[in-house]
Every structure is written in C-alpha cells, then in structure tokens.
Design a protein around this ligand. Structure first.
Ligand SMILES: Nc1ncnc2c1ncn2[C@@H]1O[C@H](COP(=O)(O)OP(=O)(O)OP(=O)(O)O)[C@@H](O)[C@H]1O
Length: 134
C-alpha cells in the first residue's frame, strides 16, 4: 500500500486520509478480536497485571523494554492466530485435516511465545522478589 503520491509538481506527498483509513482498519481488527476472543482479553489482563507488579517491584528501563516487547509480541501473535482461524473457516467450512493443522500450528505459535514470556518474566521478577525477602 502506497502512502506517497506524485503530485503535478513532481513532489511526492503523503495521502493522509489513506493513512488514517489504514489505522482505522487496524483498530477495527483489534476491537473485533478483543470482543470475540477470550484469550486476547486474558493476555491484556496479564499484561496489565505484570505491569502493576513491575511498577511495585521497580524495574530498570531495559527490563521494561523487554516486557513491552513481550506484551506487544503476545498480542500481535494472538491477532495473527485469530486471522488464521478466520481465513481457515472462510476457505474450509468442512472438516479437513489441513484446516485443523493450520489452526493448531497457529495456536502452537501462541503457546510457545506465551511459555517463553512466562520464563522471561520469572527471570526478571523472581531474583528481585528474593532480594526483597532476604
Ligand atoms: N475445519 C476444520 N477441520 C479440521 N479441524 C478443525 C477445523 N476447525 C477446527 N478444527 C480443530 O478444532 C480445534 C478448535 O477449533 P476452533 O475453530 O474452535 O479454534 P479455537 O482455537 O478453539 O478458536 P477460538 O479461540 O475462536 O475458540 C482446532 O484447533 C482444530 O484442531
């Protein structure tokens, strides 16, 4: 999708309306998944809870950056998972092994990222909590 149009003077200008329309479509996608998918709402709650714990515990800038990457990655992956589910349902209304494999592979990607996020979260928080306790 191009946001730069060549005007009569030869100068390339950004199509701002088109840009905002793209943002609106992306926002609609996020709002749809948030309304339709319980897992997405669970991830948002988890991100808010971990942020609260991080604020109380006290994290470095680098640790916040890591958490923000994990939150963003997790939510983005959940959106991709839903996109794959929708496309699979669209192209194959009947039961098909490939449809099941596509959905399961997408769900597996979410699971792997969630497991890695939990592991990294433990590596950040547990030593700090041990220091606070002893
Ligand atoms: N068309 C299909 N053909 C074969 N297996 C399917 C098909 N649709 C779903 N499945 C199997 O059933 C499982 C659950 O499918 P479903 O569409 O409910 O996905 P889900 O991950 O539970 O989605 P949601 O998060 O929306 O509940 C899939 O992971 C897959 O193994």
């Amino acid at each position: 999708m191009k946001y730069w149009n060549r005007s009569d003077s030869g100068v390339t200008r950004m199509d701002v309306r088109k840009l905002f329309r793209s943002f609106r479509y992306a926002w609609n996608g996020i709002a749809h998944v948030a309304a339709a998918e319980q897992n997405f709402r669970i991830h948002i709650m988890a991100a808010l809870s971990v942020s609260g714990a991080g604020w109380i515990t006290g994290l470095s800038t680098a640790e916040w950056i890591v958490l923000i990457i994990l939150f963003g990655g997790m939510l983005a992956l959940e959106l991709m998972n839903t996109a794959i589910e929708r496309v699979v349902d669209l192209v194959s209304s009947e039961h098909h092994p490939l449809a099941g494999q596509a959905k399961d592979a997408a769900a597996g990607a979410v699971l792997i990222f969630a497991a890695a996020s939990i592991l990294i979260g433990c590596m950040i928080f547990i030593p700090k909590w041990i220091n606070l306790l002893f």
